[in-house]
Design a protein around this ligand. Structure first.
Ligand SMILES: O=C[C@H](O)[C@H](O)[C@H](O)COP(=O)(O)O
Length: 232
């Protein structure tokens, strides 16, 4: 998607922001536009506070002059705006392509409303095209990986479970964990599979966001499409 389309989706989300709001600030190339546009409004006098979902977003928000808080100080947020790696029409999301899924999910779950901004290429009929990120603790990696692979194959994964790398070294998340990416193809039973994954002791979190997102602003070459999920 072109950067200008990402920015249009972000602008739609910024329009939802009201004075005094407590915001969750997402991570990734689309959320980056949201933070930049929010920064413009803050410099025009808008008073909001934000909880960043990654160190990268924290740095950007600080540069933009956005007042930051923590979930310790502000445990309940009004609105979180974030990108997604893919989503279906029930607004079930896969996130974590940038490795920020754990903080992103904690922040989204602490928000009254979560809005996703994305381009139409992220919309899928069935989840699983994008490899599912699973955040795991470093201790016992080989055992955890075997257990994750067992769950993946029980739920029909067509590909393998890969330890994510950054250059030559394993990728390390902001919380100091590793990420396993499961090449699913199709996730036929997202809810059941999610429950099986979190039951594995070394698994910290997975990138399936179910029942968390109410609205998606989808940038298309013909304009912004709004999808809603009233069950979330
Ligand atoms: O960990 C990263 C996040 O889940 C991102 O929101 C996701 O990867 C989408 O990023 P982008 O907007 O760059 O496609």
């Amino acid at each position: 998607m072109s950067d200008s389309l990402k920015r249009e989706a972000a602008a739609r989300a910024v329009a939802l922001v009201e004075p005094g709001m407590r915001l969750g600030l997402g991570t990734g190339s689309t959320a980056r536009h949201f933070v930049a546009l929010l920064g413009e409004r803050v410099r025009q006098g808008l008073d909001v506070v934000g909880v960043p979902t990654s160190e990268a977003t924290r740095r950007q928000a600080e540069d933009e002059g956005i007042r930051l808080t923590t979930l310790e100080e502000t445990p309940q947020l009004d609105l979180t705006v974030d990108g997604a790696d893919e989503f279906d029409d029930r607004l079930r999301l896969v996130k974590g392509g940038g490795g920020a899924l754990l903080r992103e999910k904690i922040v989204a779950a602490s928000s009254t409303r979560m809005v996703v901004i994305a381009d139409s290429s992220k919309r899928v009929e069935r989840l699983g095209r994008f490899p599912l990120p699973v955040e795991v603790v470093r201790f016992g990696l080989a055992s955890t990986r075997t257990a994750v692979a067992d769950v993946a194959s029980r739920f029909g994964a067509q590909g393998s479970v890969t330890l994510r790398h950054a250059e030559e070294e394993p990728f390390v998340t902001d919380e100091g964990h590793f990420i396993l990416d499961i090449a699913f193809g199709v996730i036929a039973e997202p809810e059941a599979m999610a429950a099986a994954l979190v039951a594995i002791p070394g698994v910290v979190e997975h990138g399936l966001f179910i029942g968390l997102c109410q609205t998606a602003f989808l940038a298309t070459p013909d304009g912004i499409l709004t999808l809603t999920n009233n069950d979330a």
